[in-house]
Ligand binder design. Structure first.
Ligand SMILES: Nc1ncnc2c1ncn2[C@@H]1O[C@H](COP(=O)(O)OP(=O)(O)OP(=O)(O)O)[C@@H](O)[C@H]1O
Ligand SMILES: [Mg+2]
Length: 247
């Protein structure tokens, strides 16, 4: 049965969906079967980022309502063999209740090596729905004080919900702006502010932004794709050193 990982954050717009899509691709490129669940009811975005929006008929709320078998609502991502998407409902009112997620997700996880759940911004019902079935959490933050303070709040909420396995992803890292901001002496102080152990640093990379905007795969040799590849390896237990030199 696949590990269930939620990708979450305190602040919105920090790159959860970008990292969910990119990490899903990176795991699929390692030969894994990956199910991405879009947890952002009402504001779904992964169908666009993965270029499956044209085919979309059913979503997770149809599975729950019994309108279709789960397999009819799970869309293979043609550009990334091994990667599959279960879209979010188009209306926030159709958010799947946490108790229902806890029953559904483990059943789906039997057929995949990884299940990744893209969490929405905020800490309302959609947040609790997205985290409810997770075994572990990746908390995404940009290296600025406001974002990191919210990170600490989310850490506490996750812990309260019994998700003690938490790792931090610093996204959109750019050495020159980091130094100019003059808020932190080094990455260790960033990690201390978030209160979560670091698993990856993803650089600011235009290729990631372009690929999510166009629904095209991130070119393999780009810094963002490489950072996500290292993250995928670490999630699978490999010891991979942090690389900051090219950022
Ligand atoms: N590492 C990166 N380099 C460059 N651009 C990035 C990077 N990560 C994210 N972005 C850009 O930041 C914007 C927000 O990203 P995204 O939609 O993934 O954030 P989010 O956390 O999912 O937002 P929300 O909280 O609204 O769901 C997008 O335009 C995306 O292309
Ligand atoms: Mg998002």
């Amino acid at each position: 049965m696949g590990a269930v990982t939620v990708i979450t954050s305190g602040k919105g717009g920090v790159g959860k969906s970008t990292i969910s899509a990119g990490l899903g691709s990176a795991l699929a490129r390692r030969g894994r079967r990956v199910l991405l669940i879009d947890g952002d009811a009402g504001l779904r975005s992964l169908d666009h980022m993965l270029s499956v929006s044209e085919q979309l008929v059913f979503d997770i709320s149809d599975v729950i309502a019994g309108n279709c078998e789960p397999i009819r609502a799970i869309y293979p991502c043609e550009q990334e063999p091994g990667l599959f998407l279960l879209p979010a409902p188009s209306r926030e009112e159709d958010t799947v209740r946490p108790a229902v997620m806890r029953r559904l997700v483990p059943i789906l996880a039997r057929y995949y090596d990884h299940v990744l759940i893209d969490c929405p911004a905020g800490i309302g019902l959609t947040f609790y729905s997205a985290i409810s079935a997770a075994d572990r959490a990746l908390v995404v933050a940009t290296p600025d004080p406001v974002c990191l303070r919210d990170c600490d709040k989310v850490r506490l909420l996750l812990t309260k919900q019994g998700i003690s396995s938490q790792r931090l992803i610093i996204n959109r890292f750019e050495y020159s702006s980091f130094v100019k901001m003059n808020c932190y002496t080094d990455l260790d102080s960033v990690i201390d502010s978030a209160g979560i152990r670091l698993i990856a640093v993803v650089p600011e990379d235009i290729h990631l932004a372009v690929s999510t905007a166009n629904g095209s795969p991130v070119p393999l040799k780009t810094p963002g794709a490489q950072a996500l590849g290292r993250l995928a390896a670490r999630l699978e237990g490999e010891q991979v050193p942090l690389v900051l030199s090219r950022m």
